[in-house]
Design a protein around this ligand. Structure first.
Ligand SMILES: [Zn+2]
Ligand SMILES: [Zn+2]
Ligand SMILES: [Zn+2]
Ligand SMILES: [Zn+2]
Ligand SMILES: [Zn+2]
Ligand SMILES: [Zn+2]
Ligand SMILES: [Zn+2]
Ligand SMILES: [Zn+2]
Length: 477
């Protein structure tokens, strides 16, 4: 093994040096295993003294040490044309070849591809190897040593002990990713469990020798491993650095909706859950960054008409126009729904859309009308709100929706209105040309909804009768 001499020295050796060494030790009769570790300068002619050896069983031409990446930069000069004839003369005795990476992935018809086929053929026909596990003979069909069309890596043979497993024994416990012999994705060598421990990353499902790649064990009790490439912020506690596998991450980690950092349950005691159910880390909570992500302060301020608070949030960089709840409610929609004309004016000045709609399609004008705020309705109409808009759910007109909310809220015992406000609302809509007689999926027009109402008190009855008179007058004209 030239890996046993200094790397700098091995890199300087040329074919003459290698040839002289092999001659000197009578390699053709004495050497069973040869590893040309770090001999990157050779073409391969120096292997000539091995020609015809009947005792050599392993030859490693990868030029890199075990558990090292097979890729060498710049590409070494080791040549297929020079080496293959020598290898051909020793196929009979050899049990294991490790080829240089630069030779691999050649076509089946290349000289290298033909050599691999010859290896497969000869090795299949010679003495039958025993499976390391079951000690049965490895069936000849399993002895497709080299994937010829693929990479030229010797399958199912441990590069350390040169023993084999049969296909049945190879994956002893596939469920739990326990392989008796496995290919390392980093060093491109097969190892049995006795010669190298292998870890399978739970995330990318790639196996590697423990020495070739760092893995971390999931912080939960599942024992899954995670390779360094797969450790992402969403799987790691930002405080204690514990990492969790994909099966455990959602149970074990909480993510801050503002900065996206994650913390495990041991480390997140200072994290705050917002009224909306989202959680922010302590820093984001303190800094007010939470407002920029879930807009709770903004939307609560809009709901109660707190113009000063909305202005302050705007100055601190919160998107007071674009910020929404999960259901699509925005500050302008909440201002309209709750009848805050001053706030509504301010938001319109700041560029809010008078036709803004929530996720179900309810618009500002619909919110102002259904919740009986004629001042808001007037302002919205002035701002160009669409009076002919129909609710996507059941194709109801704005007047139809207003009548429906009036009757529904009274039915449910939570009708709160200033006397005359519903009539003024509908008057404004009619003046602006809003349609009335669109039949909804409930099968009733606004007029029919009002006529079918059973008003709960005299105030409701007076308002209802006024609305009916208004709609009938409109119908006649
Ligand atoms: Zn077996
Ligand atoms: Zn082994
Ligand atoms: Zn991985
Ligand atoms: Zn490896
Ligand atoms: Zn932690
Ligand atoms: Zn886990
Ligand atoms: Zn945060
Ligand atoms: Zn919130």
């Amino acid at each position: 093994d030239f890996g046993e001499i200094e790397k700098k020295l091995a890199e300087k050796l040329n074919d003459d040096d290698i040839g002289a060494v092999l001659m000197c030790i009578d390699a053709v009769n004495k050497v069973k295993r040869l590893k040309l570790t770090n001999c990157t300068k050779i073409s391969g002619a120096g292997l000539e003294p091995l020609r015809g050896s009947s005792i050599i069983e392993k030859i490693d031409l990868s030029l890199v040490d075990e558990h090292h990446s097979p890729s060498i930069i710049p590409e070494p000069s080791i040549s297929c044309d020079i080496v293959l004839p020598i290898l051909d003369s020793i196929i009979e005795s050899t049990k294991y070849f490790q080829f240089p990476m630069k030779w691999r992935n050649r076509s089946i018809d290349s000289e290298f591809g033909v050599f691999l086929r010859r290896c497969n053929q000869m090795w299949r026909n010679r003495d039958t190897p025993l499976c390391l596990q079951c000690e049965e003979e490895v069936p000849s069909d399993d002895r497709g040593w080299f994937v010829i069309n693929g990479c030229g890596i010797q399958n199912n043979t441990c590069c350390g002990c040169l023993k084999h497993y049969c296909i049945d024994c190879r994956s002893d416990d596939v469920e739990n990713d326990v392989f008796m012999i496995d290919l390392c994705d980093a060093c491109d060598r097969w190892y049995c469990m006795e010669c190298s421990t292998m870890d399978v990353c739970e995330i990318c499902d790639v196996s590697c020798c423990s020495t070739c790649r760092n893995v971390r064990v999931c912080g939960s009790e599942c024992n899954n491993k995670i390779c360094d490439d797969c450790v992402e912020d969403e799987r790691r506690c930002s405080a204690c650095e514990e990492v969790f596998c994909s099966e455990c991450q959602f149970d074990e980690l909480i993510c801050c909706v503002s900065c996206r950092r994650c913390n495990c349950h041991n480390c997140n005691s200072s994290w705050k859950q917002c009224v909306c159910g989202k959680t922010c880390c302590a820093e984001c909570h303190e800094s007010g960054d939470a407002d920029k992500v879930h807009f709770c302060s903004l939307l609560m301020a809009a709901k109660r008409g707190d113009l000063a608070k909305v202005k302050a949030l705007c100055e601190s960089g919160v998107d007071i126009i674009g910020g929404r709840q999960d259901n699509g409610m925005s500050s302008i929609l909440l201002a309209c729904q709750n009848g805050h004309v001053d706030l509504m004016d301010y938001l319109l000045e700041q560029g809010a859309n008078p036709n803004d709609a929530e996720n179900y399609g309810g618009t500002c004008l619909m919110a102002a009308a259904c919740y009986r705020h004629p001042d808001c309705v007037r302002r919205l109409i002035d701002e160009g709100a669409d009076v002919e808009y129909a609710y996507p759910g059941d194709n109801a007109s704005i007047i139809g929706m207003t009548a429906y909310y009036f009757s529904k809220d009274d039915d449910e015992g939570n009708l709160d209105f200033e006397e005359g406000s519903v009539i003024r609302t509908v008057e404004l809509l009619l003046e602006a040309g809003a349609p009335v007689d669109v039949e909804t999926s409930r099968g009733k027009t606004a007029l029919q909804l009002l006529q079918d109402m059973l008003p709960s008190d005299d105030k409701v009855r007076r308002e209802r009768d006024g609305l009916i008179a208004l709609l009938q007058r409109d119908e006649e004209s």
